[in-house]
Design a protein around this ligand. Sequence first.
Ligand SMILES: NC(=O)c1ccc[n+]([C@@H]2O[C@H](COP(=O)([O-])OP(=O)(O)OC[C@H]3O[C@@H](n4cnc5c(N)ncnc54)[C@H](OP(=O)(O)O)[C@@H]3O)[C@@H](O)[C@H]2O)c1
Length: 317
Amino acid sequence: MSEDQRPLIAVVGATSKQGRSVATTLLESNQYRVRALTRNRDSAEARALADLGAEIVAAPLGYGHQKDLVAAFQNADGAYLMTPQLEPQDNAEFVLGKKLADAAVEAGVGHIVFSTLDNVDKITGGKKYAPHFTDKALVADYIRTLPVTHSFVSLAFFYTNLLEYYVPQMKGDTLLMPIYLPEDFCAPFVDPTTATGPAVLSILSDPDTFRGKTLPIVGEIISPREIVDTFQTVTGIKAEYRSAYSRDELLHYFPGFAANDLLVQELIGMVEYAVEYGYFGREHDLDWSRRLNPDMLTWEKFLKSSGWRGARHQFGL
Ligand SMILES: NC(=O)c1ccc[n+]([C@@H]2O[C@H](COP(=O)([O-])OP(=O)(O)OC[C@H]3O[C@@H](n4cnc5c(N)ncnc54)[C@H](OP(=O)(O)O)[C@@H]3O)[C@@H](O)[C@H]2O)c1
């Protein structure tokens, strides 16, 4: 039997929402082999990827595992790199992203696609604190200096934030939806679990077109008022917007955040940045991913396909 000649793509954070989308889309395309990097090869998500045909490799993303990381990228033609949400201190995400990129280059990977965001520190002149944006931008800057073909994706706010982190609260017969943006502020949102893969498949399949580019992934540009109205229409559940935009409002609805003041500062910095400067810089083509993927989920389609009715939902982590 002849050896499988399809290009091999290593997916970091393969069990994450965005990573799972990438791994699954690549496998289902039948054009690529996938190596899924995870800390825990026995998780249900890792086993589900193995069932789809992924090679599962245990690779700790923490410090001091550079040899393991290089080995995990060995023989890969391309790599999807993402950094998970880490404690917002000491540039931890930058350090991790740089290590991932260095390991991929050391292993001889041909094309890196890194999941980035804008440099909030630079754009705001240090006025807004959002290291999980800025660190990713610094990783992207670093990758631009490396001898490897590289492209970047930049994901909008996740619809899933409302399911995982900013969960609505039932009061009487009304679902209160505390949202971290002002009621009429339109922001880009996306479903990372279905939107990331098709975008990355396109980029990997056409490196010449996407070399050096940063591609935003957007499902819909929508305001909290529209989010709540659409939720009511789709589910038939009475719902009302509540503001979780300011620090006091955020902690009123989600007192648990108070235990981590740096995280609160970061969440406030991020939303103020989005409102005052725009989530994406003007240079981005916000329609790109929607033109590319006719199945891109709007909020309404996301509600219909997920069947979400306001309860907390963990994405298997
Ligand atoms: N929420 C948003 O609106 C939004 C928008 C744009 C970008 N982002 C960025 O997206 C990233 C998160 O992506 P996601 O939501 O797809 O990830 P996720 O679902 O939260 O999964 C994170 C994955 O990272 C792996 N991991 C490795 N080390 C970890 C650690 N120390 N702590 C936690 N997880 C670790 C875990 O996989 P294993 O357990 O298998 O190793 C896990 O599957 C963050 O960097 C965030 O800034 C978020």
